[in-house]
Design a protein around this ligand. Structure first.
Ligand code: COA
Length: 321
């Protein structure tokens, strides 16, 4: 697997912590000290699928490939307006990829979606099922969080990040995907309509987004640090050999705890959570694109991706860029 090009897009609207404190019982001081977040980009009068297509188009341009060179499109997304058709098929149309020989599918591995999908891409490329894959991670979390719940809504932002991968190299040095079934720590249910044949008893239809923040924090730090060490050791390397640790941008304190646990310097842990918040599965590819475009990530660098999320899932991948 080789990453040929990266791209990203964020919505126009910037929402600062002070703007949130105008309608929520919160403050810039509380949010910044607990999470590191100062502001986030929030989707307003934009179409989500356009944001996703913009990131995809930028990754395609950077890859140097033509739209019809793409023979698989995979999207990572937790929830969006369209339950069907898939976001990946909408992106196929927006990019003018004709088909019919370009299958598309959406994957939901929560905030670990990018790492899970990269692993999937690696497998599809290795078996020759695909040659050039467009992977787009796009999230509009702010459209489904509970805006009355100050403990969770202040954490999120919207974004899209994309990569084009091809089977021209041997980038994947190691990977580990895990899941421990714990739906109670992060849950969001679709408000589905009852059928004419049910009483509705025992079915909680209108649950909004719920999260046990402290539990997620503790599990994230422990699981991510262990998985990162495991993957690096299995590749015959040490954390010192890794040039960049691109971690899920959920909370600066989580990133800091993992960094300290690994005994690595700040420079190896770029962040954007301060200005983007937690953008779910878009967070890692967004960060990757920012670092690549800023020239801080170069060809030949060793990169560790790590993300965690609802499930409870974790995904870790080590690549040579
Ligand atoms: N503004 C002000 N006060 C707030 C607040 C807000 N936005 N949100 C919660 N509080 C209050 C709580 O009501 C509580 O008050 P109390 O002590 O009077 O009951 C107090 O702050 C402490 O709440 P607590 O939840 O214990 O805070 P915390 O230090 O654990 O920080 C999180 C909360 C959510 C920031 C932190 O647990 C976290 O980041 N967890 C990980 C979440 C995550 O990454 N989720 C995404 C996974 S992909």
């Amino acid at each position: 697997m080789k990453i040929l090009g990266t791209g990203s897009a964020v919505p126009r609207k910037t929402v600062t912590n002070d703007m949130l404190s105008e309608f929520l019982d919160t403050s810039d001081e509380w949010i910044s000290t607990r999470t590191g977040i100062k502001s986030r980009q929030i989707i307003t009068d934009e179409r989500f699928e356009d944001l996703a297509a913009k990131a995809a188009s930028r990754a395609l341009d950077a890859s140097g490939l033509a739209p019809d060179d793409i023979d698989y499109i995979i999207c990572s997304n937790v929830a969006n307006l369209y339950i069907t058709p898939t976001l990946s098929s909408l992106i196929q149309g927006a990019l003018g990829i004709k088909g019919p020989n370009c299958p598309t599918m959406d994957v939901n591995a929560a905030c670990a979606g990018f790492v899970y999908c990269l692993d999937l891409c690696d497998a599809l490329l290795a078996t020759g099922r695909a040659h050039n894959i467009l992977l787009v991670c796009a999230e509009e979390v702010t459209r489904f969080v509970d805006w009355n719940d100050r403990a969770s809504c202040v954490l999120f932002g919207d974004a899209a990040g994309a990569v084009v991968v091809t089977n021209g190299g041997d980038d994947m040095l190691g990977h580990k995907m895990t899941c421990v079934p714990m739906p109670e720590v992060i849950v969001y249910c679709n408000p589905m309509e009852p059928t004419p044949f049910e009483t509705g008893e025992g079915i909680d239809r209108h649950r909004t987004f719920e999260m046990k923040g402290r539990e997620v924090f503790r599990m994230a730090v422990t699981a991510a640090a262990n998985d990162i060490k495991d993957v690096i050791a299995k590749a015959g390397l040490t954390p010192d050999d890794v040039d960049h640790f691109l971690l899920h941008q959920a909370n600066l304190r989580i990133i800091e705890s993992i960094r300290t646990n690994l005994g690595q310097p700040h420079e190896k842990f770029p962040t954007n959570v301060e200005r983007c918040g937690n953008t779910s599965s878009a967070s890692v590819p967004l960060l990757l694109d920012e670092e690549v475009r800023a020239g801080r990530i170069k060809r030949g660098d060793t990169i560790l991706f790590s993300a965690f999320g609802a499930g409870f899932v974790t995904g870790t991948a080590l690549i040579k860029y």
